[in-house]
Design a protein around this ligand. Sequence first.
Ligand SMILES: [Zn+2]
Length: 1063
Amino acid sequence: MATPAVDNTPRVPSDIARSRVANFLSAGSNFYTMGIHRGLWVHRHSGAPHVELSVYSVPDLKRVPFKDAVSQTFKKVDQHERNYGPSWATHWFKIATTIPNIMNGKTVVFQWDMGCEGMVWTTDGIPMQGLTGGDGQERHEYIVTKKAKAGERHTFYIEAACNGMFGVGDSAMVPDPNRYFSIKTADLVVPDYEVQDLYYDLDIIKGIAYDTQNESPRAREAVWVINEVINQFILKDRGSIKRCKALTSEFLSVRNGQPKGQHQITAIGNCHIDTAWLWPYDETKRKIARSWSTQVDLMDRYPGYIFTGSQTQQYEWLSELYPSVFEKIKEKEKVGQWEIIGGSWVEHDTNMPSGESLCRQMVLGQRYFEKHFGKRAKIFWLPDSFGYSSQLPQVLKLSGCDYFFTQKLSWNNINKFPLTTFWWTGIDGTNILSHLTPADTYGASVTVAELTKCTKNNHDLEYSNESLLCYGHGDGGGGPTPEMLERLSRLKDVDGLPMVKSGKVLDFFQGIEKHSRGLQSYNGELYLEFHRGTYTTQALVKRGNRISEFLIRDVEILSTMATILAKSSNKKAEDSYAYPINDLEWMWKLLCLNQFHDCLPGSAIGLAFKDVHKHHREIISASLSLRHKAQSAIIDLRALSDDDKIQEGLVAFNTVPWERTEVIEVPRVRSVPGLGAAGYVAHTPDIPTIDAEIGAKAYKDDDGGYFILENQNLKATFNHDGQLVHLVDKKEPERQLIPNGARGNVLKLYEDVPIYWDAWDVEIYHLQKWKPIEGEASIKIVSEGPLKAELHFRQTISDKSWIEQTISLTCLSERLEFSNFVDWHEAHQFLKVEFVWDLVSDYATYEIQYGVLRRPTHYNTTVDSAKFEVCGHKFADLSEANYGVALMNNCKYGYATHGNTQRLSLLRSPKGPDENADMGEHKFKYAIYPHQGHFNASNVVREAIDFNVPLSLRYAEDQRVRSGTVLRPLFQVDPPTQIILDTIKPAEDDQGKGKVLVLRLYEAYGGKATALLKSRLSIKRILVTNVLEDDSDQELPRADEAGSFKLALRPFQILTLKVQLSA
Ligand SMILES: [Zn+2]
């Protein structure tokens, strides 16, 4: 099916479109020469020799018969030579015309306008017709001949009466005895019947546009048709006129009562079951069974009825706990009454899950549907999540979804979302056809009011005259009721209402794909102007999610390494290690479940979070144990032979795909290969000593006023409250980063009272009421260096809450790190940290999934200011052309940047629906990373990953440890700057054997990038695949005979590769 093109021009506001139409159709606008009127008549000729005028003016206001008049002497006159009057006088004109060559064979018309009334007479004295000038009821045309011959002469008379239609009065109708008239037009013309035909059509269509109900689908389409005619109209091009006429004919051919002109609504039954919200997961399992069994019963009673269900986790629970209901659903799906939809494991939040999580939601969901229903979901269905990441279009297209449905943006509390049916364009340029139901609900009841809203509230009627109505009670309500179905059966086709049919969502989307025209595209995130507190609420859930995501990643990478090592070693070793395929599937399902759109955002009840925390603890503890196992296997498989020197030592595992040199809690570690491991044997030269001169140091300045952390890269000066008063980047040219008098690391407590949705919302006015957390002046040096220099301070937040912070700088680091411990017992307070920089930029760059997003740093428009609190992943960067600072975090998601002020949101304290939300102890870290060059030329992405993925350390005994590189990298991206290798795991269908690996890479900065993918493994070939790991023929080209392949990625491209290893 051909996809409708994106309209690459901006949508024209309807009042502007209407004014354009009026100008085009006007006979007298300033833009006449560009309108249609100039084309109605062609070959215009006036004056001698083609039009010769002579006049006899009857004296004394007399009215004389034809024969008396024509027997008088007529005086030759030029058209503009004089005026005729006074009021009530009569002037007889003799018009002698000669047909110009160009009019040969044509119908020739004489146009006469002197602003008064007149009668046309033949030379034989036969009165032919009247002519009228002025007063909006003009009649100017007299047909001279229907088939003209060049050179032929036609003579006739016009008896002009010097009065208008309504006499000679002024505005009060009092006659003016001295009115005079002039000849404005006395022309021979030829009608352009094609253009006139088009004009008459347009005249009607304009009437429908202007003079029926303005907002009706027909009136809006009418404006669209005329606007489109104007776009097509080229007077000299007959083909263009024909195309215009085709547009008007098609519009006018729709007859009364015909479905074509009616708004078409597809109604789909659904029940939005929140996987946990005001109840725990266990109750959801019963809600699903209650709701879906009810729906299966309704399908039996109403054979045409169609229902849709999303969230494969819910299907899985049902199949385990209520297998008979699950079987019935499968039957109903086969006969077309049940539609599978969504494709993700749950209806997850899309702001906070990582790029890999977004992919795994789809892998788990689509594979489940394939296994149990033999097909995938084509529609991504997220009616209720709190805003939509701009990386989704690409992830969805790579996961088998062609369409996206939501309604949540109707909850915006500042700006109305401007589109209903549109192409949603992601950061990489991928388009996905999207629809926001104009009924503004996914829990409709099939009422006349809802049907009417589908029309009235539809922003894109002109381009797609169709809407989706999602009806049925959600959560405990069990979906559609018989009453709704009874109403639906009566509302199919009722005069005065849109037409409604029960149908599948897939049919609806395929319909708009076929019938729509010139849809707009909407670029970037679908930011929900609401629920901005959900990036921060329930901090432990956010932390659990972030840690779990990175630990699972560690486990996958290290387990893959261990599996491959085991495979390539002797048989015994292969028995000794098996890829933990079932554990990982269980962990991914658990992680994805807890990304549900009331869990990860923190908007559920405390009871639900007991489960979420438990699940995260389970994932973390299983990950740590699996990682330990994989590391042990690697150490064992890479152990030295028996005759080597026996020593104890340390192995550092690096799961990021680049080499790192870091200070760790044990001796300094140097050059740990990316995706590899390095060993450090006690008392060997591998552990360098640090010269105090170039090491990190913490000290007081001379008069004791300030505390300073300094290394070879940075010098940071703090006041007694731990606030950053100076920060110097010591690299050439040296740069002072904090403006005079400004400060960084300022902790602020904002009053946080939303309008209603407590856990969800932080409102725009919170920015107006805050106090700094300062005054305790407790800062002290806790470590003087040289490996690591540290300051520590404590601040009282209130009589119940306090914060302790350790600020550290290692001898190597370019990051200044802030480790926090907070005991938090507040109510309706919001803790943030703030940095003010000496930087100028009108946008900030935030990390999102597999890419970044720019957002404004100003409040110019309400669309800008509505983004006063936004979601970011591991960093937000503020860069001017050649310098910038990134504010990083290890488990936070709420950010705000205004002007040169960067804020990271730390803790909230809402009291509903969980009255204990966020009460208690919290640990989190943030860091600042100043960098030369703009963000685009920086290492921010890699630094933020390093900050979140510490080297993992293992002590090894006896022969097991070797000094230097223990394990060379499995894969390397060279250079590792723009293309990030994020995921390494066995392919889903590999069953953990380690024969086929999957790598997922992305371009992180938004520019085309090439690099080499190098591997020490013996690779048969590498295939380019999608998120679902579908088979493909596209091979990644080799760069050489060894293990090097050529990578070329588009901006923000997500590239999934299937690596087939040689046996
Ligand atoms: Zn929901």
